[in-house]
Design a protein around this ligand. Structure first.
Ligand code: KG4
Ligand code: ZN
Length: 340
């Protein structure tokens, strides 16, 4: 099946054409990051307006690069939530309109469901597996038994990992989003230089907390201001990144033990992080389990990732109703609401 996928949940307008939930014929991502960077974070109203401007050219480009016309598309997949309501609404309305005009079905998917299955575009993973999702809005552990069959094992009680990177970067004077920059600076730093807490690391639960880590970093910077670039900044970035990785490793290890999962999928923008990637590689090797982390282009927000679950649902006639609406806050356990 040839599927058109559309993603507008946050600050990237994305469209992709994917065959059989496997082969990416095109994947176009138009980022608004430079516009939001001026404000130190995503401004919802601006995000909606930019999606409106970009959505049509982005879809046109995706079709052109794939060498297909609307008449060749057999189904539409779109992010229904979670995300910014106004932003979601742009992609969702366009997806429904295309489906209606072309007389083809469409299905809404969960943004995090998209992230989890991004790995499948490189290599399918056998079920069941454990998924660690680390993005700007999520730090979640899921037991994944199949498409649409997700159990939340643990989640952050405050900031998400990406949020911790972005807020800590802001404290150090870095532009939004700061994750990639902290990662780069950390490469020249000593991860043992600054003592930072590992919140809730030994509390015996699968819950995460990152706001205390950010506060500790803020207190450190208040006493020891950093200049970027510089050795002190690199040491602080390396120490911060190590603290995040230690917590992610400890909770993921516990979840793997609890579920006896033989496979681990790591997904979301923070899965681009070199420390996260090496930490998870080490953990997987130590425990003798399979590890799947997609390449950087598939870790960040994109539309192609939505087509994996989307193709599965459309292929089984699991369509969304014409009057379905977006939903800004939405747990993966309620995925069944998507279908007619
Ligand atoms: O998945 P994503 O593109 O969007 C959301 O769904 O949130 O994730 C964006 C997050 C941002 O917080 C960004 O700072 C972080 O991913 N990020 C990184 C790196 N690259 C992106 N964090 C740490 N290290 C990186 N290399
Ligand atoms: Zn995302």
């Amino acid at each position: 099946m040839l599927v058109l996928a559309i993603e507008t949940s946050c600050d990237e307008t994305a469209a992709a054409v994917v065959r059989d939930g496997r082969e990416i014929l095109s994947s176009v991502v138009s980022s608004q990051i430079a516009i939001h960077a001026e404000y130190g974070g995503v401004v919802p109203e601006i995000a909606s307006r930019k999606h409106l401007e970009s959505i049509s050219p982005v879809i046109t480009q995706a079709l052109r690069e794939a060498g297909v016309a609307f008449s060749g598309i057999e189904g539409v997949v779109v992010t229904r939530g979670p995300g910014l309501s106004g932003a979601l609404l742009v992609g969702f309305s366009v997806a429904r309109a295309i489906a209606y005009a072309c007389g083809i079905p469409y299905v809404g998917v969960h943004h995090i469901e998209g992230h989890i299955f991004a790995s499948f575009l490189e290599q399918p993973v056998a079920f069941p597996f454990l998924a660690l999702v680390v993005s700007g809005g999520h730090t979640h552990l899921y037991h994944v038994e199949g498409f649409g069959r997700y159990t939340t094992l643990g989640r952050t009680i405050d900031d998400a990992a990406g949020e911790a990177f972005d807020k800590s970067g802001k404290i150090m004077g870095l532009e939004y989003p700061a994750g990639a920059r902290i990662d780069a600076l950390a490469r020249g730093g000593d991860a043992t230089a600054v003592h930072l807490p590992r919140p809730m690391i030994n509390d015996g639960t699968l819950r995460f907390s990152f706001s205390g880590l950010k506060t500790a970093l803020m207190q450190h910077v208040a006493k020891h201001p950093v200049t970027i670039p510089g050795q002190a900044a690199s040491d602080l970035c390396a120490s911060f990144q190590r603290a995040v990785c230690d917590v992610l490793e400890s909770k993921t290890r516990a979840a793997l033990q609890q579920t006896a999962a033989a496979r681990l999928v790591v997904a979301g923008g923070v899965a681009c992080n070199s420390g996260v990637r090496s930490t998870m590689s080490r953990l997987a090797a130590e425990l003798g389990i399979e590890l799947h982390i997609p390449g950087p282009a598939l870790c960040g927000d994109n539309a192609a990732m939505l087509a994996v679950a989307g193709d599965y649902y459309l292929g089984r006639s699991m369509f969304s109703a014409p009057d379905l609406d977006v939903t800004a806050n939405w747990e993966m356990d309620r995925i069944k609401e998507n279908f007619l």
